[in-house]
Write a protein that binds this ligand. Structure first.
Ligand SMILES: Nc1ncnc2c1ncn2[C@@H]1O[C@H](COP(=O)(O)OP(=O)(O)OP(=O)(O)O)[C@@H](O)[C@H]1O
Length: 219
């Protein structure tokens, strides 16, 4: 589904922040991406989301060489990927419900076809009573859950989550982890970038560890 071959990344004229990354992400797989602060986790997620281009090597996504994908094709391919950014990126002028429904709205779906799913998912992430609230009023943890719901609503083939439990207490972190595992069980490949060792220890799953820009994989 996703394959990296000898991928390297540098910003501008700086040093390589990622070097010789060769790995695969299989359909329906679950993995953590970890490593010390500054190791390159966010940069790697940005490569996976095609918001950055590698400076060398090959990235194959859904059977396509990403260096040959025209910018006009990117939105359609990105719809197959759900992403939770570290800074949430919710739209402040839309309610929680509208933010989560946004992927459907931009595709022109009729609200009757998704309304119940959005409400159900909001309840699942514990935001059932915050549906009509605007993001500036939400707490950090609530924003995080809204961002997660927005990434999951269209049941993407791949979910990329950058520190998705960074702003929540341990019981809620475990609940969000269960949600990711449930999505994974339903067929979504999941990559969770995290520093949280206690969280990773709850699941016996693959760990991709970045150290000094290189990756070690523990299956
Ligand atoms: N836009 C940028 N321009 C220049 N350097 C950058 C840029 N973004 C990241 N870097 C550098 O790339 C390296 C990797 O950063 P990145 O944010 O990917 O690490 P991270 O593992 O996600 O860190 P953290 O866990 O603290 O979020 C760091 O040295 C960082 O300073």
């Amino acid at each position: 589904m996703i394959r990296f071959e000898n991928v390297g990344l540098r910003y501008g004229m700086g040093p390589e922040v990622l070097s010789d990354l060769t790995f695969e992400i299989a359909p329906q797989s679950f993995q953590f991406l970890t490593g010390p602060s500054g190791a390159g986790k966010t940069s790697l997620l940005r490569l996976l989301f095609m918001s950055l281009k590698p400076t060398r090597g090959l990235i194959n996504l859904f059977g396509r060489d990403t260096s040959r994908i025209a910018p006009a094709e990117l939105p359609k391919l990105r719809r197959r990927i759900g992403i939770v950014f570290q800074d949430f990126r919710l739209l402040d002028h839309l309610t929680t419900y509208e933010n989560v429904a946004l992927p459907y709205r931009v595709q022109g779906w009729d609200e009757a076809n998704y309304r119940a799913d959005v409400i159900d998912l909001l309840k699942w992430v514990g935001l059932g009573d915050r549906t009509h609230v605007y993001p500036p009023i939400l707490s950090g943890g609530e924003k995080q859950r809204a961002a997660i719901a927005r990434a999951l609503i269209t049941k993407p083939e791949v979910l990329l989550a950058d520190e998705p439990t960074g702003n929540v207490d341990p019981p809620l972190a475990r609940r969000l982890l269960r949600l990711f595992l449930e999505m994974n069980r339903l067929g979504t490949a999941v990559v969770v970038a995290t520093h949280d060792i206690a969280l990773m220890d709850l699941v016996d799953s693959r760990r991709m560890v970045l150290v000094d820009g290189r990756m070690e994989i523990y299956e």
